[in-house]
Design a protein around this ligand. Structure first.
Ligand code: DNO
Length: 358
């Protein structure tokens, strides 16, 4: 397992690479060109600049999260081929520079969705929260909340220019049901697989968050059966998973340790975070400690460890602690993610020792 940390780039993150260097065990920086909207060309100089900076601080830059997929590809419009060509160009440029994994998602319109970015927890910290009944019919209300909560930062998937065209976007998804979305995903993957093979770049799809349809839009990577269908329909080792416990976790029927055991050889990137699910279906993001929520983080890590997982892993969102929400990206503060790294490395090290018979 290789521990990594998601960083949004200089001037775009309250956390610096020098901060991250002081967290024990972090080997790699998960990065992206966050100024790019889906479908835009990634220039070589821009890529080099970020990768060189990351490497100059002693980290690897093997994982990119994300190269976002243009909606025309998800909808299956005739213009999709143009955007797939641009995607292929980006894979080539990244592969040539040693990038090993590209994380992406295939969620229509929205990336991850929450109703409150700073919900107070009983310990006085606050974190991202999802109130089931607040997801009403009008997605504009939700978008407004997220944009307001994000303050000076733009959130991937929630770029104001996309959100401004929300009604139009929703209309273009009419007729795209689960089967159609699976079909469009297959088309996309089949076109890019040869380049991934040639460049030795693994594609790792991120599950849908939350793991159920919202606003009448289909969401297709949200349970063991959906994952199986996804992996079977393009049965190529270059197409695999970013297995996110926090995305699958709010559906208590998702047995995540067993999903890891079943699909471990197609998991290239592990996102680990804990959620606490309330009786009415609302959920809060909580600390990484297994006992604090519904995700048994120890069992998840054990499932990876038992299978000799050598892929990348990162703490996913954390709570905002000690007032840091005043200047950090929602869910991406320093302290709780650093605590998460230490918790997970503690579990991992003890699993190593037990295996070694100590
Ligand atoms: C949430 C993230 C997601 C993820 C994308 C991948 O914080 O895990 O936004 O980056 O879904 O494309």
């Amino acid at each position: 397992m290789q521990m990594t940390w998601r960083w949004y780039g200089e001037g775009n993150d309250s956390i610096t690479l020098d901060h991250i260097r002081q967290i024990p065990g972090v080997e790699g920086i998960v990065w992206s060109l966050h100024n790019k909207v889906a479908g835009e060309v990634w220039e070589e100089e821009e890529i080099d600049k970020v990768m060189d900076l990351i490497k100059s601080k002693g980290f690897n830059a093997d994982v990119v999260e994300s190269v976002n997929v243009h909606d025309d590809i998800k909808i299956g419009l005739p213009t999709r081929d143009k955007y797939i060509d641009i995607y292929i160009d980006t894979i080539r440029k990244l592969g040539a520079r040693g990038v090993k994994v590209i994380c992406y998602n295939f969620m229509p319109v929205f990336d991850w969705t929450r109703t409150d970015l700073y919900k107070e927890l009983p310990d006085g910290s606050n974190s991202l929260f999802y109130e089931k009944d607040a997801i009403v019919n009008d997605p504009n209300i939700m978008a407004e909340r997220i944009l307001k909560g994000a303050g000076k930062y733009t959130m991937p998937g929630w770029e104001p220019e996309r959100i401004a065209k929300l009604d139009e976007l929703f209309k273009s998804y009419a007729g795209v049901d689960e089967d159609k979305l699976f079909e469009n995903l297959k088309y996309f993957l089949e076109r890019i697989m040869p380049v991934c093979e040639e460049q030795d770049v693994k594609m790792a799809i991120h599950p849908d968050d939350p793991p159920w349809p919202i606003f009448g839009l289909p969401r297709i990577i949200r349970s063991r059966d959906h994952i199986k269908r996804f992996l079977d329909q393009v049965d190529n080792p270059y197409s695999g998973l970013t297995l996110c416990t926090g995305s699958l976790g709010p559906n208590l029927f998702n047995d995540i340790p067993s999903i890891v055991r079943e699909f471990h050889d197609r998991i290239y990137f592990a996102h680990i975070r804990n959620v606490k699910v309330y009786e009415n279906g609302d959920f809060s993001e909580v600390s990484h400690r297994g006992k604090d929520g519904n995700v048994d983080v120890y069992e998840v890590l054990k499932a990876y460890h038992d299978n000799g997982y050598t892929g990348y892993l990162r703490p996913d969102h954390g709570r905002h602690l000690w007032g840091e929400e005043k200047d950090c990206r929602p869910g991406y503060g320093l302290y709780d993610r650093a605590l998460g790294v230490m918790y997970m490395l503690g579990v991992w090290d003890s699993l190593d020792k037990r295996k070694g018979g100590h």
